[in-house]
Design a protein around this ligand. Structure first.
Ligand SMILES: [Zn+2]
Length: 282
């Protein structure tokens, strides 16, 4: 019976600490994965102890599950954080950081001129204001195809960051003196296939549709992926180049700082490594 009684402590539960606008304004989110309030501003709650522990679990961080769990806990309007378009991720994470620990963040960086280590208190609200969506409206024209690009989601970008680990494994296998050449070749081939698979997944996940000269619109993910697997390498290079340019447009504006030792002025990018970004009080 008492189970159904309302907890008198409920008004002391965490409350939204800030409200943020998403750079995508809800575009690129699959139906049902995001509930946008009428005023377009998403409430962000501070992290709970459980969230903090989740972010300190190395495996959960590496495979992305930790970040997803924390986003869904702190932004209840987000129903499936795996599908967050990459362009919204920075704003969401900065929002959670501000809601949990306030808008000031202490950052240590070495002066590029005299290598003196400096500590700066940066205002994360400046970073939040500078988050912007690149312009995806201009299609990439390759021969007589028009490739319409969209931002990849967290699931894909997380797999992309795991590419580095796969590439490291290849190098480790090559340099390992304790395994036979034959075993080395098998390992390297298997890892290379993984790298190729992830690369073609990134390209097809970044493609909204391909428009053909006769007006045919190709939206089928499998068809698009098959095209990239069978296109000449200059096609994938051109698309990769465009994706890099768009990522550059989306990059956070660096902070202008001066060295306390030699007065050299330089720009400092916000370190967006999740583990260090959320490492407070540890
Ligand atoms: Zn200096």
């Amino acid at each position: 019976m008492s189970n159904h009684q309302e907890n008198p402590l409920v008004k002391h539960f965490r409350q939204p600490a800030i409200y943020i606008k998403l750079p995508s304004q809800g575009k690129y989110w699959p139906e049902g994965d995001l509930e946008i309030p009428a005023n377009g501003e998403l409430p962000i709650y501070p992290m709970t102890t459980r969230d903090e522990i989740t972010l300190k679990t190395p495996d959960a961080l590496l495979n992305g599950a930790g970040v997803v769990a924390v986003i869904e806990s702190c932004c209840p309007n987000i129903k499936n954080a795996w599908h967050s378009p990459s362009i919204d991720l920075d704003a969401i994470l900065i929002g959670i950081r501000i809601a949990s620990y306030g808008h000031e963040m202490s950052t240590e960086t070495a002066c590029p001129k005299c290598s003196e280590s400096n500590n700066y208190d940066i205002d994360l609200r400046t970073a939040l204001d500078s988050v912007k969506s690149p312009d995806y409206s201009d299609p990439l024209t390759i021969e007589d195809l028009r490739i319409h690009i969209k931002p990849q989601n967290f699931q894909t970008s997380n797999r992309a960051s795991m590419l580095n680990f796969e590439e490291q494994k290849i190098l480790q296998a090559i340099n390992n003196e304790n395994i036979s050449d034959e075993q080395k070749a098998i390992t390297v081939t298997a890892q290379l296939h993984k790298v190729i698979d992830i690369t073609s997944e990134i390209l097809s996940e970044s493609t909204d549709r391909i428009e053909m000269a006769d007006g045919t619109l190709v939206k089928n993910k499998d068809h698009i992926r098959e095209y990239y697997q069978n296109a000449k390498s200059s096609v994938t290079r051109a698309l990769q180049k465009r994706l890099e340019d768009l990522a550059e447009q989306a990059a956070l504006t660096p902070y202008s700082v001066a060295c306390s030792s030699c007065d050299h002025k330089f720009s400092m990018a916000v370190d967006f490594n999740y583990s260090s970004f959320f490492a407070v009080g540890s």
